[in-house]
Design a protein around this ligand. Structure first.
Ligand SMILES: Nc1ncnc2c1ncn2[C@@H]1O[C@H](COP(=O)(O)OP(=O)(O)OP(=O)(O)O)[C@@H](O)[C@H]1O
Ligand SMILES: [Mg+2]
Length: 586
């Protein structure tokens, strides 16, 4: 036995695989990396260490037959044989190209546990900026390159509860450590916890070589609702409500808006522009009201619904404020109805892309949680945000705008978006359609990879990237900051005495101070509003899609002057606001 060897090659050998009689089972296990000296060729420049990986492992005994087994338990296990199947990965030549041997290894050659240098160089793990964890079963750090991850986009895919948000946060921490601007679309209020230092055992932190860290002042949480509905938010998020163009409005309208409707809107905006230097959505509504066709009602209805969400403001949140070096802006969609979320995402991402193209903001990354909701695959559903996310996926890299796509349903994300992701971090997936969607988008994914994905333990991810030679398993590192996506312990909650519900939130819009548009007198609101202010609204209402049937109010008369917004209309607007955003008591 050669000193340090962990096995010996035997039997028939090929250029892609061989079998090994295992001598040290603590070093040779499924997934372990091994090396073997290749000197079968007569050409000395081919003599090199070659990296291989254990794909399967079997154990058997010659002496313990079925007859012996029928007799009962076996005490002497000394003649057990362990045989491993090794897949050859290859070696790097002097030009750094991956080469596989062309002449098979000789039976009798010893194999050794692979060292870090060989493993890193052959696998192509040459990034050195973002530490995301350890190569499964080793102490080898897996590091990614910031440029490659951001420019070429990345996806994080796994079934629910498998650690997507956790892994995404690990990547975000690393990006924040490199001052990369981040814009996070957060439907479940999970990412504000990046502010807080993480908890965990000292042993785990030192195993991964990281220290607990909260990103406090680097994180700003914005709410498209208001602070009464989302008290944890730091700032309000508002879209520009002044001098809206047809494009601005069609970007936030659902797709069922026809060319007739767009035409009516176009004419109205043209007219308002000739009359007023600055105009609001109220002015547009008034002008659409003067149209003679019946189709105007659909347009008025859509415009009114958008206006009544209060998402439009004369003091919009600027992209320059959201996207800054070293800052993560979290758009927390808590309590915002799905259609409105999609409108906001469409409008926000369009501005983000345009601003980046014009170099008004630095390069950075857009993070899309639950991406199947914002860019669904055709045939599943339709949303306003799909087009712009598709555009960012295909053109973002030219402008240094990266996208991180996170989803539990890979089969339901737009294929154009998913296929553009150069780095894929995949955790446990069991749904056959999702497995198919993943393997379709990945080159060289074998049935072995699909098998592996179904069996991944918690906290372990498969990393697939253009930069690395083959998929590798990564033990994802512990978070530096606190995890915000903890599951609710249903049993514990049921055993806990429920405190009385908090008092009803009375809506008092705390903004804005600058000259604001006149709000026309509110027509009777068609959705039933709670009869008294203390009534509890249990259901979270969903914003109706413009164009759906609704009692239509006559168009308003334009008022001659622009009074502050805190007027009579606001009260009714507040109730409707609550209806549309839902009430969140938790
Ligand atoms: N690498 C890891 N190390 C330690 N714990 C982890 C790791 N990954 C996930 N977890 C734990 O697993 C649980 C689920 O993780 P996470 O919230 O990220 O799942 P998810 O895939 O985002 O789920 P959902 O589909 O519900 O959004 C968390 O409570 C987290 O603490
Ligand atoms: Mg999650």
């Amino acid at each position: 036995m050669v000193r340090g060897s962990v096995g010996v090659i035997f039997g028939e050998t090929g250029t892609f695989e061989f079998k090994v009689m295992v001598l040290d089972s603590s070093k040779v296990y499924r997934g372990a990396y091994v090396k073997v000296w290749h000197d079968a060729s007569s050409d000395e420049k081919d003599h090199t260490w070659v990296l291989g990986q254990v794909m399967a492992i079997k154990r058997y005994s010659d002496s313990f037959s079925i007859e012996e087994a029928m007799k009962g338990q076996r005490t002497d296990k000394s003649d057990d044989k362990i045989v491993a199947e090794i897949m050859i990965i290859g070696s790097r030549d002097e030009l750094g190209m991956l080469r596989a041997p062309v002449i098979p290894f000789s039976p009798g050659s010893p194999i050794f546990a692979a060292d870090e240098g060989l493993t890193r160089s052959v696998l192509g793990l040459t990034g050195n900026e973002m530490s995301i964890g350890l190569l499964e079963g080793t102490n080898i750090k897996v590091q990614l390159s910031v440029n490659s991850l951001v420019q070429k986009h990345c996806s994080i895919l796994a079934k629910t509860g498998s650690g997507k948000s956790y892994t995404a946060s690990v990547l975000l921490e690393e990006l924040l450590d490199h001052n990369i601007p981040l814009l996070i679309l957060d439907p479940h209020s999970e990412y504000s916890s990046l502010k807080v230092e993480g908890e965990g055992s000292q042993e785990d932190f030192s195993r991964f070589g990281v220290k607990p860290k909260g990103y406090g002042s680097n994180i700003t949480v914005y709410t498209p609702a208001n602070k009464a509905l989302n008290p944890d938010a730091d700032e309000l998020f508002r879209l520009n409500g002044m001098n809206l163009t047809v494009n601005d409005l069609t970007a936030i309208f659902p797709d069922n808006f026809s060319t007739t409707h767009t035409g009516i809107l176009y004419e109205a905006i043209q007219k308002v522009r000739t009359e007023l230097e600055t105009y609001t959505i109220d002015d547009i509504i008034f002008e659409v009201g003067n149209d003679k066709s019946k189709a105007k009602w659909i347009v008025i209805n859509a415009l009114e619904q958008i206006r009544d969400t209060n998402i439009l403001s004369p003091n919009p949140t600027s992209i320059e404020e959201l996207f800054q070096k070293g800052k993560a802006s979290v758009i927390d969609f808590k309590g915002v109805a799905p259609e409105l979320q999609s409108m906001i995402v469409a409008s926000l991402c369009s501005s983000l892309f345009e601003s980046r193209k014009l170099n008004r903001i630095p390069p950075g990354m857009l993070v899309v949680e639950e991406a199947h909701n914002y860019a669904p695959e055709k045939g599943f559903s339709k949303t306003t945000s799909t087009d712009i996310l598709r555009t960012i996926a295909s053109e973002g890299r030219k402008f240094g705008l990266g996208m991180m796509v996170i989803s539990q349903r890979p089969a339901r994300i737009d294929k154009n978006v998913l296929s553009q992701c150069g780095t894929q971090v995949i955790m446990k997936v069991t749904n056959p359609n999702d497995l198919k969607a993943i393997s379709k988008g990945l080159e060289g994914v074998t049935s072995y990879v699909e098998e592996e994905l179904m069996r991944l333990p918690p906290g372990v991810a498969m990393l697939v990237s253009n930069e690395i030679e083959r998929p590798v398993l990564v033990d994802i590192r512990i978070r530096k900051s606190k995890h915000g996506g903890e599951s609710v312990n249903v049993l514990k909650a049921a055993r806990t005495v429920t405190p009385p519900p908090p008092p009803e939130i009375t809506y008092n819009e705390p903004e804005p101070s600058t000259p604001a548009p006149v709000r026309r007198e509110m027509p009777p609101v068609s959705v039933p509003v709670a009869a008294n202010e203390n009534a509890t609204m249990v259901d979270v209402p969903v914003m109706e899609v413009p164009g759906k049937e609704k009692d239509l109010a006559p168009p308003p008369k334009r008022k001659p002057s622009r009074a502050p917004r805190n007027e009579a209309g606001n009260e009714a607007g507040g109730k409707l606001f609550k209806k549309l955003f839902g009430r969140t008591d938790n």
